[in-house]
Write a protein that binds this ligand. Structure first.
Ligand code: UDP
Ligand code: MG
Length: 322
């Protein structure tokens, strides 16, 4: 039997593009249903993330005339990542696989078929990856690359040039929802789930209409969220700086004492310099120690799943886990 597909679309003040988005996605679904790739019970979930314009009216209206359209209205603006999680948590009960995509259709919907094809061949997570960034500004390109490198060097493995355009199987979504953290950075969590993954490549287009809901301020806070949600290395850095300062203190002490005994100093300078450096490094090292414990608390409160079982063989019987 063909699998049920769900497309999750977070929408925040998207009245300019929404009708066109619904039209284009419906056409893709109908095409795949006709080919027998997906069931005619497939759905699209439009998540209104507390929009102030006519977004919800459009969703409501379309749901009456288009059987694929479902709507979820959030009570207030919760942000893109939370809206996405809300959509996935509703959609997972109805579908075998879910695709997340932005409402502005900057991500090429023609590769949805390729994603579904991979899913039908047993791949559980398919990443949509931009193979060019021609429509992005130089600024967006360089900040994105720097951020990616920083994230990876800090220990969070993300997929380069992949945002939140991806297909996930039902059980992969269920496991994603087990990550209970409030500071959400979904593209960092998905690689932690495991399972077989695949990639489809596409060229990112410009926004169809309306303007970006991610101004620089939101982009920065998203980047900081990404780093601080995945890494305690910045805390460890305090420790390292403290140790380096302690070592430097030895060199400074040597210099200060030599100056003192050569009689080139004013009174009080030697003891002041020595205590300044010594106390400074002690404070930093102490902060580092406290930071280590805070880092542990931080990891504990995240309450992430410790493992995800894919399958087992017991008494010669292979069992798939959901
Ligand atoms: N979005 C949302 N809540 C927000 C901000 C954005 O649901 O608070 C949605 C928005 O409607 C769009 C997606 O997130 O579907 C990505 O936003 P946008 O296209 O403005 O970001 P950009 O592509 O410029 O990074
Ligand atoms: Mg966009």
């Amino acid at each position: 039997m063909a699998s049920k597909l769900g497309i999750v679309v977070p929408c925040y003040n998207e009245q300019e593009v929404l009708r066109e988005t619904i039209k284009q996605l419906t056409a893709i679904i109908e095409k795949m249903v006709a080919k027998g790739m997906i069931s005619s019970d497939s759905k699209m979930f439009y998540i209104d993330d507390g929009s102030k314009d006519k977004t919800w009216n459009i969703i409501d209206e379309c749901s009456k005339s288009n059987k694929y359209v479902c709507g979820v209205k959030l009570a207030h603006n919760s942000g893109h990542q939370n809206a996405l999680i809300a959509g996935l948590s509703v959609g997972v009960d109805y579908c075998d696989a879910l695709i997340s995509i932005d409402a502005d259709l900057q991500d090429d919907i023609d590769v949805i078929e390729e994603m579904v094809d991979k899913f039908n061949h047993g791949i559980e997570i398919v990443y949509g990856v931009r193979d060019s960034r021609t429509t992005d500004t130089f600024f967006k390109k360089t900040t994105a690359l720097t951020f990616y490198k920083l994230m990876n060097s800090l220990g969070a493995k993300t997929v380069y040039n992949h945002a939140d355009y991806r297909l996930m199987s039902k059980r992969a979504v269920k496991h994603l929802l087990e990550f209970n953290e409030r500071n959400l950075f979904i593209r960092g969590i998905v690689p932690l789930i495991g399972y077989e993954t695949g990639t489809v490549y596409y060229a990112r287009k410009a926004r169809m209409a309306g303007e970006s809901k991610y101004p620089l301020r939101k982009m920065l806070s998203f980047a900081i969220d990404g780093i601080t949600s995945f890494s305690i290395r910045p805390i460890r850095l305090i420790y390292v700086v403290g140790i380096i300062m302690l070592i430097t203190t030895l060199a400074v002490a040597l210099y200060v004492l030599i100056s003192h005994f050569c009689g080139q100093t004013v009174q009080g300078w030697t003891s002041l310099m020595l205590s300044l450096w010594f106390i400074g490094s002690l404070i930093l090292i102490s902060l580092g120690v406290i930071g280590e414990y805070i880092g542990k608390i931080y990891i504990e409160v995240k309450n992430r799943p410790r493992f995800i079982i894919e399958k087992s063989i017991i008494d010669n019987n292979e069992k798939d886990y959901q």
